[in-house]
Design a binder for this molecule. Structure first.
Ligand SMILES: [Zn+2]
Length: 97
């Protein structure tokens, strides 16, 4: 048996010689940063955040209807109606911009 016994442990990355990493598998030879630098496709990119504000999903005539229906005047100036109307007005302003 000439094969070297693998022992898990923290080792200094031989690539950047700056970071240490836990070598818990024999195939892990460099730190994660160096690994990702060599294999950019392995990097997990976050899902793109959908831009809701700039692309109004509500058609303008429906938005107008919603604003009419939500108007605080129709709901005894309730806080919910005021908040909803303010939101819809902002949405309309956003979609017109
Ligand atoms: Zn490294």
């Amino acid at each position: 048996m000439t094969e070297k016994q693998f022992t898990p442990g923290a080792i200094l990355c031989p690539s950047c010689k700056a970071r240490t990493f836990l070598q818990d598998q024999p195939w892990k030879r460099v730190c994660v940063s160096c690994y990702l630098q060599r294999n950019p496709s392995k990097r997990r990119t976050p899902e793109p955040v959908p831009v809701v504000a700039s692309a109004c999903p509500v058609p303008p005539d429906m938005l107008r209807r919603l604003i009419q229906l939500c108007h605080p005047d129709r709901h005894a100036n309730s806080e919910a109606a005021t908040t909803a109307t303010r939101y819809l007005l902002a949405l309309r302003k956003e979609s017109r911009a």
